[in-house]
Design a binder for this molecule. Structure first.
Ligand SMILES: C[S@@+](CC[C@H](N)C(=O)[O-])C[C@H]1O[C@@H](n2cnc3c(N)ncnc32)[C@H](O)[C@@H]1O
Length: 502
């Protein structure tokens, strides 16, 4: 099975344990006691102080909810701006990402403990309460420290609500997470989807979609939801021809991946600062993304094999790997990306590789002279999708995505796959990829596109295109990777061959 350890509900990480000891010793790095004494000596009424890690976490969570910000962009900027490093930065990160992931469960608990819908609590107090409830239910921060620090935070962002927050958080602290779930979640027997949604903090429609994609297996779905709530590992791709995975692992202190021959698992740190990444010998890329890009190249092909197309290339992860493989095989890649700024990112990602970037709509195949119909031997469609397969990387996205996102996305997916089938030459291969396991975006899109295609196509069994011996690949011909089975994002892969000879 996969390289990940079996999941368990998170109860706290080492960083909170360290911090916990500091708080017991009263060694808050904000120097709250000193500041209070200094303010008292100066004759001013001392206000509560909020330590810098909790304040940064609050500001990040508030920006996500108020401004639709992305936590993985806003938090690093806040940490840099405020000079937070080491354990403070780690604590702020855990609070921010953990609170955003656990939001559904936290809100259910807060609604019960406060006796009102969370929507009726003022946004600043609500976000501070969420951070407090997260500390109480998911970390080893002592309850008294979590409550008093959170009440201080509420005092500073919503002064009138401090007493209310104190009462609510004391009620939250009366039970642990399991007891709250037992009280609030629907019965697992009569409403398994509702139970999992509350117990593992996912919207119901997403739990239902996962359960469908996993053939109704509740145990597997539970393991998947647990993985989604874990901090995701960082994977590097060693660019073939520039460095191999073993050398990259030695150089970075990482470990070679379980499946992709290019993968290295990093223990932590800032991957962008690694020399191998800065020098373009490697890039950050989930192992599942490496596997599906490499599968396109592994598909057997008769006739010419020099013109490759990446129809949805931004920001350029798969184009980087395809470009490195193309360089080894004397092929060249055309990388298409409709969004201008993302096309620029692709250009940066493929520097020095035989890749030409075109900032055009991929659906213009046949109309654009650079995208001739029947002009490519291999085509990748890494389609825009809901991203339900990489929820662990974007803590807030499970709450932003809506079922209403599906119809426009699936329409676009079919149009892009249709364009890819026009772009490939007779005998050539198309890989259709999503980072979503939702069956409407996977099986329904490919079967419908194949059925409606103007050119006749056959499904190729994708399983032999992945590394030999890889477990959990199902009955084919398509492949669905899973975080809980493979330690990768939940990437879907279908490979189609246009009938006919070159
Ligand atoms: C899932 S992402 C691709 C990720 C990329 N392959 C990688 O590995 O880094 C989908 C991309 O398709 C682009 N896209 C959306 N509509 C498109 C269209 N009509 N033509 C070309 N690209 C499109 C989006 O802007 C987005 O960058």
């Amino acid at each position: 099975m996969g390289a990940r350890r079996p999941g368990r509900r998170r109860r706290g990480a080492g960083v909170t344990g360290d911090r916990n000891r500091d708080e017991r010793r009263g060694a808050g790095r904000s120097g709250g006691g000193d500041q209070r004494r200094a303010a008292g000596r100066a004759g001013r009424r001392p206000g509560p102080t909020v330590d810098s890690a909790r304040r940064a976490a609050y500001d990040a969570v508030a920006a996500v909810h108020r401004d639709d910000a992305f936590a993985n962009l806003v938090l690093p900027a806040l940490l840099t701006e405020r000079g937070l490093h080491g354990r403070d930065a780690a604590f702020a990160t855990e609070l921010t990402y953990g609170t955003l992931r656990a939001l559904g469960t936290l809100d259910a608990v807060l609604a019960s403990a406060s006796g009102r819908e969370v929507e009726r609590i003022d946004p600043p107090a609500r976000d501070a309460l969420r951070l407090g409830a997260y500390q109480l239910l998911h970390t080893r921060v002592p309850a008294h420290a979590a409550v008093s620090a959170s009440v201080d935070l509420v005092h500073s962002v919503a002064p009138g609500a401090a007493g209310f927050a104190n009462a609510v958080l004391r009620r939250v602290a009366e039970r642990d997470l399991d007891a709250w779930v037992a009280e609030l979640a629907p019965s697992a027997d009569t409403d398994p989807v509702g139970h999992l949604a509350v117990a593992y903090s996912h919207p119901r429609w997403i739990v239902r979609a996962f359960l469908d994609a996993l053939d109704g297996d509740v145990g597997e779905t539970t393991r998947l939801l647990i993985e989604d709530n874990e901090r995701p590992p960082v994977h590097l791709a060693a660019r073939p021809g520039r460095i191999d995975a073993v050398t990259l692992a030695d150089e970075t202190g990482g470990a070679p991946g379980a499946f992709s021959p290019y993968a290295v698992y990093l223990p932590g740190g800032a991957p962008g600062e690694l020399p191998a990444v800065a020098q373009g010998r490697a890039h950050v890329q989930d192992e599942g993304s490496q596997l599906v890009a490499a599968a396109l190249v592994a598909a057997p092909l008769e006739g010419p094999d020099v013109r490759w197309l990446d129809l949805c290339a931004g920001p350029g992860g798969k184009a980087g790997l395809l470009g490195a493989l193309a360089a080894q095989r004397g092929a060249a890649v055309t990388a298409v990306e409709v969004a201008e700024h993302r096309a620029r990112l692709v250009e940066q990602a493929v520097r020095g590789l035989p890749v030409t970037v075109r900032a055009v709509d991929g659906r213009t195949v046949g109309a654009d002279p650079d995208l001739p119909a029947g002009g490519f031997d291999r085509v990748l469609v890494d389609a825009p999708c809901t991203g339900l397969g990489s929820l662990r990387r974007r803590p807030e996205s499970r709450w932003r995505r809506q079922p209403s996102d599906l119809p426009p996305l699936t329409r676009l997916q079919r149009e892009l796959l249709g364009a890819a089938l026009r772009a490939v030459r007779p005998g050539g291969v198309v890989a259709y990829v999503t980072c979503s396991p939702h069956t409407v975006e996977t099986h329904v899109t490919v079967t419908e596109s194949a059925r409606r295609s103007d050119v006749p196509v056959d499904f190729v069994d994708a399983r032999p295109l992945l590394p030999a011996g890889m477990p959990g690949l199902g009955d084919g011909p398509t492949v669905q990777l899973w975080p809980h089975r493979h330690g990768t994002d939940a990437m879907f892969l279908a490979v189609l061959r246009r009938e006919g000879a070159a």
